[in-house]
Design a protein around this ligand. Structure first.
Ligand SMILES: NC(=O)c1ccc[n+]([C@@H]2O[C@H](COP(=O)([O-])OP(=O)(O)OC[C@H]3O[C@@H](n4cnc5c(N)ncnc54)[C@H](O)[C@@H]3O)[C@@H](O)[C@H]2O)c1
Length: 427
């Protein structure tokens, strides 16, 4: 297999995760450069991957001005930058592994697919869950024909309290208007992609959705609550959502909470007193979580496919046990499981007894790391695709990724207008 050399564009949390594949498989993958306006991060990449100065860019314009010098770019910039940063890469002939969400704008989604096709390059989206062994094995059962054609897919994404607070309520995806992604795009475009990819043989046609800011809102602020946990809140010690419990007494998501402070890498902000001061003043993670904002904390989506089958997704933010449920009903069998258990059941109707048979599938592969083992398996498949190797069933054409995104766009329109939205009408 030809060795693939890639630039990391955006050496933040995700960019650093994907780059690790070069440490795991230096025989097939090499980091060829880095682009990031943050000099601390560029320096980190330079040291870790022994990069020459001429391939380290703090000014993205300088990188774009340079002739193509490697096979691919892993674009792990933030949501609102994905379209503008990717379009010129495709035009220059780079193969691109692009973080989700691609865009919330249907014409931008279609435009990137067109540019990839016209320039003869691969544009792959970081649908990491497709690569988690749990979903990959479910897809294999579906492709084997064992449960017949799919009639319905039920999905639920239960977002844990600490995750909901750190990423969405107070975190960098806390506002649709500021970040460019609503809750479905930011969190559940994985789940909507799973629905479309698992169904496989029919495209989504119509979408209906409802949702609300049901719990983390100003009306629910308890008496005595303030604007910041550590400054003017009189019930901080009793509040289960206090930033003290999350980030001082427990070290929840330190890379999300302490990044960018005084130009430091998050791992350098270690002093507890300094952390407390930051939470009192500048850090958004020190704010009261009971605020009115434009992000929902629960939402349900109903999809109708062209062949009459259906799928539903329930996203509930702020639950006790995090995880994703799945229940697929096929014409001749069913699959049911819970991602975090790494176990699923395949059931078949037994007419002789009117009962059913049940096969238990236990995932025994290494599923360590984020996304139940999906992250580096995705990079492996990208490298194989670009080097002309064999693609796994998880890897599909860019159009399939776009369909999942279109469902998210349609769902948001439906939630806001109260109408069913047809995906073909989206412009
Ligand atoms: N696939 C997944 O499961 C998954 C999980 C989490 C986040 N994400 C997505 O990954 C993306 C990155 O998230 P993150 O948490 O790593 O963000 P981050 O803020 O940690 O990293 C983004 C980096 O991009 C840099 N940057 C800004 N403008 C740039 C430009 N023009 N060119 C190059 N670099 C630029 C920033 O300085 C920063 O270092 C987001 O879109 C997010 O939604 C995906």
């Amino acid at each position: 297999m030809k060795k693939i050399k890639a630039v990391i564009m955006g050496f933040g949390d995700r960019g650093q995760v994907y780059a690790e594949y070069a440490e795991k498989r230096p025989d097939v993958f090499e980091i060829a450069g880095v682009v990031d306006p943050d000099p601390v991060r560029v320096e980190k990449a330079k040291k870790r991957y022994n990069l020459k100065e001429e391939y380290c860019f703090t000014d993205p314009a300088e990188f774009y001005a340079r002739d193509k010098f490697c096979d691919a770019v892993i674009n792990a910039t933030m949501d609102s930058l994905h379209y503008a940063t990717t379009a010129p890469l495709l035009e220059k002939g780079y193969n691109v592994l692009l973080e989700k969400p691609v865009s919330s704008n249907p014409s931008e989604l279609r435009d990137l697919a067109r540019r990839a096709k016209e320039n003869g390059v691969t544009l792959m989206v970081c649908h990491v869950l497709r690569y988690a062994p749990f979903y990959r094995e479910i897809k294999k059962v579906i492709l084997s024909g064992e449960i017949g054609d799919i009639r319905h897919i039920y999905l639920a994404e239960n977002v844990a309290v600490y995750h909901m607070l750190s990423s969405y309520i107070r975190g960098k995806w806390s506002s649709e208007s500021e970040c460019g992604s609503g809750m479905l795009m930011a969190k559940c475009c994985h789940d909507l992609d799973l629905a479309v990819w698992l169904k496989g043989n029919s495209r989504p046609k119509a979408v209906t959705s409802v949702g609300s800011r049901r719990f983390f809102n100003a009306a629910n602020k308890p008496a005595g609550g303030g604007t910041r946990c550590l400054t003017d809140c009189r019930i901080e010690r009793e509040c289960p959502y206090s930033c003290r419990k999350l980030y001082l007494e427990n070290d929840v998501y330190p890379f999300l909470v302490w990044t960018g402070v005084e130009g430091k890498d998050w791992s350098e902000v270690t002093d507890l007193k300094e952390r407390e001061e930051l939470l009192k003043t500048v850090n958004p993670h020190g704010k009261c979580c009971f605020e009115d904002k434009d992000l929902v904390d629960q939402q349900s989506v109903l999809i109708l496919f062209g062949d009459g089958s259906t799928a539903t997704l329930d996203m509930i933010g702020g639950v006790t046990r995090p995880g994703r449920n799945i229940h697929i009903v096929g014409e001749t069998g069913e699959i049911e499981g819970f991602l975090e258990d790494n176990v699923f059941f395949t059931r078949k109707y037994l007419p002789e007894t009117t009962g059913y048979s049940e096969t238990k599938t236990i995932i025994t592969e290494d599923v360590s790391g984020a996304h139940s083992g999906g992250d580096l398996r995705l990079v492996k498949d990208f490298v194989a695709t670009v080097s002309g190797g064999e693609r796994s069933p998880s890897c599909t054409d860019i159009e399939d990724s776009i369909d999942g995104h279109l469902v998210a766009v349609a769902a948001e329109i439906s939630r806001k207008t109260g109408k069913t939205v047809f995906t073909d009408m989206l412009v």
